[in-house]
Design a protein around this ligand. Sequence first.
Ligand code: TXA
Ligand code: MG
Length: 377
Amino acid sequence: MGQELTGRFATKVLPVGAQVPPDERERVLQQAGELIRAGQLVAFPTETVYGLGADATNASATRQIFAVKGRPADNPLIVHIERWERLRQVAASLPPLAATLADAFWPGPLTMVMPRSPQIPLTTTGGLETVAVRLPSHPVARELIAAADCPIAAPSANRSGRPSPTRAQDVYEDMAGRIPLILDGGECSVGVESTVLDVTTSPPTVLRPGGITVEMLRRVLGEVQVDPAVLALQPVVGPARSPGMKYRHYAPKAPAWLFEGEPAAVTQAMAAEAKRRLDQGERLGLLVCAETAAALKEVLPARGDQLVWRVPGSRQHPEQLAHAIFTLLREMDREQVEAILIEGVPATGMGLAVMNRLRKAAGYQIVSCHRPAYNGA
Ligand code: TXA
Ligand code: MG
């Protein structure tokens, strides 16, 4: 689906970062706002990932998002607003906790699911009577919504199933020829998508972990439940609370395996599997924390061109891993590795969002590693 759309547009990439003079930046944002108002698609930066935006109130505009991404029609879009007052245009009523959550986390990477206003067509919500709403903190996202003067529906700006884009060049890779304009605001700071929280349930339910951690939500709300699909060990089949849970996601081109468990056991298992594959002559990608990279470099043979290392950061700082994982998965594609071995991290704090993405990226090929056996020495 959508293949025939390639080449319809000469896709422009226009910088809108701090280096651009204010007049020029304003001119570009106005032009982008006019495109949105005219029912066209514009990709833009947010603090999480790049979004593929259209007027959320215009069904034929949001239908194009599904076509261009190759996205199943039942997977609803997130609707972005730039100020609290615009929520009235998007939601039919405000769940009691919405204002508390907005005070604590908006603008920022929290998306709240609430009842849909009739102004938001069912095409945008994938046929649901609820709508997912977010007020991003990125200035370009907010200025674009203000310039367009309408709520903007925007999924991540990748082709469906691919890693989400965190740089304008990632968007270009997936969207060239399919959309008229990409706004280049540099690299996204968070690197994984927003937390999707259903505030129509009591207690509220995390449907997708993201930039606002469960621990942060619990500090404000007390009780918060996490949908079991978030850390599922296999794809969700049948109806899902959040339709996005059902679909293949974040996948690099090469098959990937995720090694989870106790760090020493993970290192041992990754070393053994890497050696086996290197001996078979495979070009291999390793996506590992700094600590494990150091340990593996001591035991793996130095096969420069056969081994592609990517080290997103320290295991102690899952936000560093969140910031880098999508970019590094895309780099593995560019490096044309034949297989990728990925190290898992504890699923707490930002680690929960990281592990949710990595399990999907690995297509649920999980290697569970236990403490090495006591050898009697
Ligand atoms: O950070 C983000 O959220 C980015 C940026 C662009 O804002 N957007 C994003 O959108 O990640 P997308 O379409 O890739 O993911 C939206 C997720 C999907 O998993 C979808 O199923 C869920 O939100 N969702 C949207 N509306 C929903 C609803 N009414 N009820 C339950 N889940 C919903
Ligand atoms: Mg997405």
